[in-house]
Write a protein that binds this ligand. Structure first.
Ligand SMILES: *Cc1c(COP(=O)(O)O)cnc(C)c1O
Length: 462
């Protein structure tokens, strides 16, 4: 254990701040802005709170970027890592196996939507997606249907930051600059009822777009990739019920594979173990990461139906092998803590608890929708986006220069809540174990921060 005294001996908070500035380049961060601010440096965590090097406590209101399940420093999860550590920290899955990776694969298949039968490991969401895309592509090649090589994605999709995952990304701010480097998917609308004339119109537009595309091009399309039920980084946009099922049915009738990116939504986040379950859908390929280890260690997986696995299963000379793998694929420490995470989720009835907590959270949030600058509150399970607008009547957004989302989150941090915005959408994704009292406190801080930050902004820049 590092006591406070020991940390001080290593480096003072001031020295750490200086070294942070000198040596680190942070992800998704304009360093010019970051350098000017007082840096937040986390020293430890306990329950759903994180503590900085000065000893200040913060609610982890975004689950350390959408990962955390049981809170921080959880004895059962710590124990699982220590026990595995005393056996072996790492050993490869290339042509051999290790104990926790086998046991975890069994549990994943038991918990996953019916019909998924094989697990291929990697170590983060982007690689799980990358693998999904390469598998879908090679599936058709291996079957001798060489023309099916294109992908379909949805407007404002986010699937990670490697080149393949970026290719099926459709958020201009993140993806535009890399366009010359990427393969080009077909892009259909994602239903966004708030801005697309309500549910029926939004879903209709999406389905029409998809069906027209499939009619014309299905012979050259390998797969469609979608964030099931909630589009995360695109702004926490919730699909109307039944929508995913309609997509799945259309794809099946045109012989196109469905890839569900459950990286954000998987492991209870939306009130089901996997978001696909809301619509009773089993995708052909499913990518999971974030919550799989309870937010402890980097493990990811791509789950497939038997027909996908079968298309690669052949005599070696046929060259149908899936030649893909990473150094840390199936890491025993990560798989051990993932097993402990899943066991704890079941023991605590956590997925069912999310449904109940989501109801309480919805009640807490509902007064906020009367606020002058709250356009829409979107929620599925413990996944919330609050879209702020300059003008509620016309739904006119704040200009991105105003950085309204950033302002709200900065103020929330001062008040003891950590979260990150998605443009003008303020996110609340608390750890799944958050109690009603903790949810009260977090929503209270968020509501105050929104009120104070938006006060007097009605006549702002056009
Ligand atoms: C976070 C996320 C990813 C990328 O996962 P990383 O582990 O950050 O690479 C992919 N897809 C979705 C839907 C995500 O939310």
């Amino acid at each position: 254990m590092l006591t406070k005294e020991l940390i001080w001996l290593i480096d003072s908070p001031e020295q750490l701040a200086a070294k942070n500035k000198q040596y680190l380049w942070h992800p998704f961060t304009q360093m010019k802005d970051y350098i000017e601010d007082e840096p937040l440096i986390i020293e430890r965590g306990e329950g759903i709170r994180l503590y900085d090097v000065h000893g200040n406590a913060y609610y982890d209101g975004f689950s350390s970027v959408w990962l955390n399940v049981h809170g921080h420093n959880v004895p059962e999860l710590n124990q699982a890592i220590v026990e595995q550590l005393e056996k072996v920290a790492h050993s490869t899955l290339l042509g051999m196996a290790n104990v926790p990776s086998i046991l975890l694969a069994e549990q994943l298949i038991r918990l996953a939507p019916e019909g998924l039968t094989k697990v291929f490991y990697s170590d983060n969401g982007a690689t799980a997606v990358e693998i999904s895309l390469k598998m879908a592509f090679q599936y058709w090649q291996n079957r001798g249907i060489a023309g099916k090589r294109s992908f379909v994605t949805m407007n404002n999709a986010y699937h990670g930051d490697t080149i393949g995952a970026t290719s099926v990304g459709a958020i201009p701010l993140y993806h535009q600059v890399y366009k010359p480097l990427l393969f080009t998917p077909y892009v259909i609308p994602y239903p966004y009822p708030y801005r697309d004339g309500g549910e029926e119109a939004a879903v209709g537009r999406m389905l029409d777009g998809l069906e027209r595309l499939l009619q014309e091009k299905s012979s050259e399309i390998a797969a469609l990739i979608v964030e099931p039920v909630v589009q995360g980084a695109g702004g926490m946009i919730v699909m109307p019920e039944g929508c995913l099922k309609k997509i799945a049915d259309l794809l099946a009738s045109y012989n196109v594979l469905l890839i569900c990116d459950e990286v954000a939504t998987g492991f209870g986040r939306t009130g089901k173990m996997f978001a696909c379950e809301h619509d009773g859908v089993t995708p052909d390929i499913m990518a999971v990461a974030k919550g799989i280890t309870g937010g402890y260690l980097p493990v990811a997986a791509t789950l497939v139906k038997e027909k996908i696995y079968d298309a690669f299963y052949a005599d070696y000379e046929e060259q149908k092998t899936f030649f893909h793998g990473h150094s840390f694929t199936g890491n025993p420490l990560g798989c051990a803590v993932a097993l402990a995470n899943l066991r704890l989720m079941e023991e605590r009835g956590l997925v069912e608890a999310v449904e109940q907590r989501a109801g309480h959270l919805a009640q807490l949030l509902s007064p906020l929708s009367d606020e002058r600058h709250v356009g829409e509150i979107r929620q599925k399970g413990l996944m919330v986006g609050i879209e702020l607008v300059q003008d509620k009547e016309t739904k006119e957004p704040y200009h991105w220069n105003e950085r309204m989302g950033v302002r709200v989150c900065k103020l929330a941090r001062k008040k003891g809540l950590l979260t990150r915005p998605l443009g003008n959408v303020v996110v609340l994704i608390p750890p799944l174990v958050s109690t009603d009292e903790e949810l009260d406190a977090m929503v209270g801080i968020l509501a105050d921060s929104i009120r104070e930050s938006t006060l007097g902004t009605e006549g702002g820049a056009q």
